[in-house]
Design a protein around this ligand. Structure first.
Ligand SMILES: [Zn+2]
Length: 187
């Protein structure tokens, strides 16, 4: 609660959520006196501060800039360090994979995709070519993953009908199935 000058009015809380309500336990209950500094401590601290100000140990910093977590030097070292680790084929493959995955998502809704999928299903008589399941939810699988060869995206001989569980088993292990499925499709 603020007054007309925008100042907080004593005894009110700007946030009703954290506002102290009757019946609540005050945060300092039972702690009274714990944080009270001794006269001795106060005197010593006051003296220490006076001394620090006098010796220049403590001073008003002009143009104070908050320190960033890493200094420029540290930043340079980090970047040097990571160069060897993230460059090279692994990182690039990953980026390409991501791009193709996104492209695949985009193409999935197109008529061309639907036509390809339908042609694959028809050829395989709507049967999972792995477990021979019929009348279940089927998915077309790219025998050679399109992240390896984008040109085979709508190649019917690169597609095979799989049920969902069988399709899931091929994820990231496509190469293990290439030979088997290629033969099946060619048969
Ligand atoms: Zn199956």
């Amino acid at each position: 609660m603020r007054n007309e000058k925008g100042q907080f009015i004593k005894g009110t809380n700007p946030s009703p959520k954290t506002q102290f309500k009757k019946g609540m336990t005050p945060y300092n209950k039972g702690k009274k006196g714990l944080i009270k500094h001794s006269e001795e401590w106060k005197r010593k601290t006051s003296e220490r501060l006076k001394q620090q100000w006098a010796t220049g140990e403590r001073r008003v910093v002009e143009n104070f800039k908050p320190l960033s977590k890493h200094s420029e030097e540290t930043k340079r070292k980090i970047s040097e360090n990571s160069k060897g680790k993230h460059s090279g084929s692994l990182a690039w493959n990953w980026i390409e994979d991501r791009t193709i995955v996104l492209e695949k998502h985009r193409l999935r809704g197109t008529q061309e995709w639907k036509n390809w999928r339908m042609a694959v299903f028809e050829r395989d008589k709507y049967t999972c070519q792995e477990c021979n399941a019929m009348g279940v939810y089927l998915e077309p699988h790219h025998i050679t993953p399109i992240r390896s060869d984008m040109s085979k995206l709508f190649d019917i001989t690169n597609g095979i009908t799989l049920c969902r569980p069988c399709h899931q088993k091929t994820v990231w292990k496509e190469s293990d199935f290439v030979e088997k499925y290629s033969l099946l499709v060619a048969a």
